[in-house]
Ligand binder design. Structure first.
Ligand code: ADP
Ligand code: MG
Length: 228
């Protein structure tokens, strides 16, 4: 589902070049859950932004479901992302002026998927994440955990090919974080969606099919047992 080849990303800092990573290769199978583990500043968000086509690499290719994003225009990448990618962020990123249900319906509206099958799916997801009855609340009335529940539902409602989660528990207490991980695991697996989750927290290890980390600027697979 995802194939990264020889990816390189460099940031210019004045006259100096800062190589975040080079020669990154990664293949993620359909339905696989890969956890990208690494310290703050190691390049996790940079890598997710390349997979989603928000950012483009300095070298290498990014294929998602056999589409090479590096060959698309920015507008085409935006369309691709809207249709095929779901996101869960550290700071939830719900739209504050929209209610829970409006936030949830937004990906459907952007994709012309407001058919009864999809609105029914939205309703079911809202129930599955435990927010039935809160449909008309605004994000500022919800706890962090509740906001992230909405974000999990929003990431999946339009049936994306891939879900990218960037530190989804980073702004939650441990117990709430574990609840959110459980929910993500359940929803992503039942939908058969491919997921890449970036985190510096080892709590996620249990849900990973595979754990990868940066080592000397490359991505390597590590075993969960090595981390215990
Ligand atoms: N827009 C940017 N301009 C310059 N440097 C950046 C930019 N974004 C990230 N970096 C640098 O790239 C490295 C990786 O950042 P990031 O991908 O955000 O790491 P992580 O998500 O693992 O914490 C860091 O050294 C960071 O300072
Ligand atoms: Mg980050």
């Amino acid at each position: 589902m995802i194939r990264l080849r020889q990816l390189k990303r460099v940031y210019q800092e004045g006259d100096a070049e800062h190589v975040v990573f080079a020669d990154v290769d990664l293949e993620v199978a359909a339905g696989e859950i890969v956890v990208l583990l690494g310290r703050s500043g190691s390049g996790k968000s940079t890598l997710l932004n390349l997979i989603s086509g928000i950012d483009v690499p300095d070298a290498g290719t990014v294929e998602v479901d056999a589409t090479d994003l590096t060959r698309l225009s920015e507008r085409e990448r935006t369309m691709f992302r809207r249709q095929h990618v779901g996101f869960v962020f550290q700071f939830f990123n719900l739209i504050p002026t929209l209610s829970v249900v409006e936030n949830l319906l937004l990906p459907l509206e952007l994709n012309d998927k407001t058919t009864s099958r999809f609105t029914e799916r939205a309703r079911r997801l809202l129930r599955d994440v435990g927010l039935e009855g809160r449909e008309h609340a605004y994000p500022d009335r919800l706890s962090g955990g509740e906001q992230q529940r909405v974000a999990v539902a929003r990431a999946l409602v339009h049936e994306p090919k891939i879900v990218l989660a960037d530190e989804p528990t980073g702004n939650l207490d441990k117990e709430t974080g574990l609840e959110i991980l459980g929910l993500l695991d359940e929803q992503v697996r039942s939908a058969g969606t491919t997921m890449v989750m970036a985190t510096h927290s080892r709590e996620v290890i249990g849900m990973a099919d595979r754990i990868v980390t940066f080592s000397a600027g490359k991505l390597v697979t590590i075993s969960g047992e090595d981390l215990l």
